[in-house]
Every structure is written in C-alpha cells, then in structure tokens.
Design a protein around this ligand. Structure first.
Ligand code: FES
Length: 69
C-alpha cells in the first residue's frame, strides 16, 4: 500500500498512518488528480468511504493511502 511505501522508506510525514492501516484514523488521506484517481486499480470500499467522510478537506478524488495497493 502507499502507507507501506511511506513506512518502509522512513518518509517523515508526522502522524501519517496513525492506525497502521486498520481503517480507524483517516490520517493517511491523500488527494489525487482526476487522472490519477481514475487510474487507481481499485475503487474505495464502503469501509474506506465511511472513514473518508471523517477526513479533513475531503474531495471527490480523495483516498486513504493505506487502502491503495
Ligand atoms: Fe488509518 Fe489509513 S492509516 S485509515
């Protein structure tokens, strides 16, 4: 997942991925361009959409990084 990439490369994004991918935080919120969003391999699940509703500055092209493989 994108969260794994951040963690494995020790990218210092303060607070990113606080729940470690268990879909309980939304700190891994990412906003993509429309083109990239449409090219992502999977669409968000209902569980991801529920958590995205709590994300700061939600957009139509928002996803949670821990859910993108
Ligand atoms: Fe918590 Fe993605 S890391 S929802």
């Amino acid at each position: 997942t994108i969260l794994d990439i951040v963690v494995n490369n020790e990218i210092d994004l303060d607070g990113y991925g606080a729940c470690e991918g268990t879909l309980t935080c939304s700190t891994c919120h990412l906003i993509f361009s429309k083109e990239v969003y449409d090219s992502l391999p999977d669409k968000p699940t209902d569980e991801e959409l529920d958590m995205l509703d709590l994300a700061y500055e939600l957009t139509d092209t928002s996803r949670l990084g821990c859910q993108i493989v």
